[in-house]
Design a protein around this ligand. Structure first.
Ligand code: ZN
Length: 138
């Protein structure tokens, strides 16, 4: 996993970053399936306390296709939404595709309130996101 502060790669058993000493969040887990990079939020909140972890994961992804599964997330603040929006802006340069899956009503309404829901590509489930890319074997 990645340090949310400095981006250093840290063994997942560590509670602190071995480079900068920052406490490690375990709010996001990553996986790679069928050439798609999957980020899964294990937290109920994406906010100013953990958005840095998400950013440092994303900046290191080389894959063109990325799924961000936020089905467990019940609350996202403007910092968390800003993090997602920044990712989408970056993809216009990197040609990556991001699909956000499993968004609940409260986070969706927060995105609508900020007028950014049209920027974000949603799918109900990871399986549907894979299907969008023509991958049905997962
Ligand atoms: Zn660090």
């Amino acid at each position: 996993m990645f340090c949310g502060n400095c981006g250093h790669v840290v063994p997942s058993t560590n509670n602190f970053c071995s480079r900068c000493g920052h406490p490690m969040n375990h709010d996001f887990v990553t996986d790679e399936r069928e050439g798609v990079f999957v980020i899964e939020a294990k937290t109920k909140n994406i906010d100013y306390t953990n958005h840095g972890e998400l950013t440092s994961i994303f900046t290191r992804i080389k894959r063109k296709r990325v799924i961000i599964d936020i089905s467990k997330v019940e609350f996202i603040d403007s910092t968390g939404i800003g993090t997602l929006v920044t990712m989408y802006y970056k993809t216009t340069r990197t040609k990556q595709q991001i699909i956000v899956t499993g968004v609940q009503n409260a986070p969706l309404n927060a995105m609508k309130a900020l007028g950014v829901d049209n920027l974000i590509v949603f799918a109900d489930t990871q399986e549907k996101a894979f299907a969008e890319w023509g991958i049905t074997s997962v």
